[in-house]
Design a protein around this ligand. Structure first.
Ligand code: NAP
Length: 302
């Protein structure tokens, strides 16, 4: 049984594809009110190439008592530890939790909240967004890397993902993948918020990008992830060019007054630098400016 917590963008994308492949799926919603609106909607709708398909996946509240052997955690990084703390009594010994959260930091929080479980980290380039409640658009096909820094043995259920058409690979160095993605995010997303521009707009600020990349490379090397530092600046420019017309996820969150995942992205990078007694003035200044920008809009810094 795949228990999927979070009927948002990625939760819907995963739950519908697993269900469509004939695999047993159980959605976990936050409370009775959410469960009632879900039941009224009749299921989760996935919109792919303008085609809508509704899937009547069964659902329960977080307070249900059914034991959980395999949990797909599909909430935001700042909600992950609290959700797992609530679910902890339901997780059997040796349960597996697949963590879809962006950035770093939430994985450790979840591992502390559920010491009886094996945590498998994911880093995905797939894209999805909520068009309406319980209706999600599959906006960008991509790839998902999965891995467990504590146990390099892949789980048997990777076969379920293949069956469900979820493009993936087992990574022997998932932490470096997560760090690389975090570094790309730190170089691009905060600047798009502060300059209020699409990703492509950053091409006007090559000096700022270069300073940030060189500090991020220093940080990755110091944290023992030198493979994640290789050609970082070229990759940043390539991502900016390939996504020039898009607004970054942080820009979208900030401009729509939604909480960002800053604490698990730039915030995590700055704390790691501090832990290693590294002085990275551009990164720290960027963090301070972003915090004050978000604060001025009433958005939390964590
Ligand atoms: P999302 O659309 O906001 O969905 C999060 C879901 O989690 C919401 O449905 C929310 O419930 C649910 N949730 C939170 N706390 C809960 C709880 N205690 N019990 C039950 N449900 C709970 O977020 P998302 O875009 O899927 O992002 C999830 C993670 O994936 C983030 O870390 C994001 O950065 C990462 N990611 C997303 C994408 C993408 O394209 N969307 C791509 C790569 C990575 P409510 O609906 O009740 O609020």
């Amino acid at each position: 049984m795949w228990h999927v917590l979070g009927a948002g963008s990625l939760g819907t994308l995963w739950a519908t594809r697993l269900f469509r492949a004939g695999l047993p799926v159980q959605l976990i919603l936050r409370d009775q009110t959410r469960l009632t609106s879900y039941l009224q909607s009749g299921g989760l709708t996935l919109i792919e190439q303008a085609q809508k398909q509704k899937f009547p996946i069964s659902a329960q509240t977080i307070g249900h008592l059914q034991p959980i052997e395999r949990l797909l955690l599909a909430c935001k990084a700042y909600d992950a530890a609290e959700a797992v703390t609530q679910l902890a009594p339901r997780l059997v010994n040796g349960a597996e939790i697949l963590l879809l959260q962006n950035g770093l930091g939430s994985q450790d929080e979840v591992a502390r909240a559920a010491p009886q479980a094996r945590c498998i980290f994911a880093s995905s380039t797939e894209g999805a967004f909520r068009q309406a409640d319980f209706q999600v658009v599959f906006a960008g096909h991509g790839h998902t890397w999965l891995g467990d820094p504590l146990d390099l043995q892949p789980p048997a259920w990777l076969e379920d993902l293949r069956q469900a058409g979820i493009a993936h690979d087992w990574s022997l160095d998932i932490l470096s993948r997560l760090w690389r993605k975090l570094a790309l995010n730190c170089a691009i997303n905060p600047l798009t918020v502060l300059h209020d521009c699409r990703n492509g707009g950053l091409l006007e600020y090559p000096a700022q990008l270069a300073c940030l990349c060189s500090e991020l490379i220093e940080l990755l090397n110091r944290c023992g992830h030198s493979s994640a530092a290789e050609d970082l600046q070229d990759d940043v420019l390539q991502v900016i060019q390939a996504t020039a017309a898009n607004f970054s996820s942080m820009h979208q969150d900030a401009s729509q007054g939604r909480r960002t995942e800053i604490a698990y992205l730039l915030g995590y990078a700055c704390s790691a630098a501090q832990r290693h007694q590294l002085v990275l003035p551009h990164l720290q200044d960027l963090h301070a400016r972003l915090l004050s920008h978000l604060g001025a809009r009433g958005l939390p810094s964590h």
